[in-house]
Write a protein that binds this ligand. Structure first.
Ligand SMILES: Nc1ncnc2c1ncn2[C@@H]1O[C@H](COP(=O)(O)OP(=O)(O)O)[C@@H](O)[C@H]1O
Ligand SMILES: [Mg+2]
Length: 265
């Protein structure tokens, strides 16, 4: 199953959620691959890849036809592999501008790896440019992290029409696995108010578990560690373990729904 972590807005916890959800899933015995699509390589660095060893990266796979297996490597976490990003990705939009099928490239390049993993999580840059579009087309579903602040709902409203358009164009559904409320601070009244609004409007599409503000989650990436390596007993680690458990349930619900749809056709 391929899951894209997307949002047009930056700083909403996409990378933090990608890395720590991946590590939590690996911790319960799943085979997991993180694909880093952000030229800043935050997910790669957070998973302990040294900056000078980012190559070979997803840029080589997408731009220079390198077989995907040659760029994937293990992390310190058992069962968790990384396909790193590098700054070369910044040229992707320009190089691909006039190519036909440019939205389908990631999906076709990942295909040989897909059967080795239970979960492939794709960390996207904060935009809806060609790389996140590739991720959405390649993915079975997507996770949308939202910080319950002012204008939080705008991010959700942007994305849902985009996935609908992609469905109309490429004929492949990308389901919403769930909206994850992140960097939640219950002490502020706006946070609480916005959480109520988001839950009211999106109902079951919103994960039950909320990821609260936790300083350990902000500290771990600088050490190149997942939250479980950095402080496996902190509140952030517990939250991401619960998020992984809920992800398993939500993923099997989506699989049941799509099997039912296929039967109905
Ligand atoms: N639950 C959290 N508590 C505290 N800080 C967080 C939390 N989640 C993310 N952060 C911090 O917020 C910033 C943005 O998170 P990040 O995952 O990089 O977002 P994005 O990938 O969407 O841009 C980072 O500095 C990260 O360490
Ligand atoms: Mg990020």
């Amino acid at each position: 199953m391929i899951t894209a972590l997307v949002s047009k807005k930056g700083g909403v916890g996409k990378t933090t959620t990608c890395v720590n959800l991946a590590a939590a899933l690996a911790g319960i015995g799943k085979k997991v691959l993180v694909v880093d699509l952000d030229s800043q390589a935050s997910a790669s660095l957070s998973l302990g890849v040294p900056r000078e060893r980012l190559a070979p990266s997803i840029a080589d796979v997408l731009l220079h036809d390198m077989p995907v297996g040659e760029a994937i490597r293990p992390t310190r976490t058992g069962g968790l592999d990384i396909l790193p990003a590098s700054s070369d990705l910044t040229s992707f939009d320009v190089v691909m501008a006039s190519r036909s099928g440019k939205e389908l490239l990631l999906g076709s390049r990942l295909r040989p790896a897909a059967s080795f993993y239970d979960f492939i999580l794709v960390d996207c840059p904060s935009s809806l440019s060609l790389l996140p579009i590739n991720a959405l087309v390649a993915a079975d579903n997507f996770v949308l992290p939202v910080v319950p602040q002012y204008l939080a709902l705008e991010g959700v409203r942007n994305l849902l029409p985009t996935t609908q358009r992609l469905y109309e164009r490429f004929g492949k559904r990308t389901d919403l696995l769930g909206i994850v409320l992140t960097i939640v601070d219950y002490r502020t009244r706006t946070n609480r108010h916005n959480i109520d609004l988001i839950r009211e409007q999106f109902g079951n599409a919103v994960y039950a578990i909320e990821i609260r503000t936790n300083i350990r989650l902000a500290e771990a990436p600088a050490e190149g560690m997942t939250i479980f390596e950095y402080d496996s007993h902190c509140a952030g680690a517990k939250a991401y373990r619960l998020l992984a458990a809920e992800t398993l349930i939500r993923a099997s619900q989506l699989r049941r729904n799509s099997a039912a749809r296929a039967e109905a056709v």
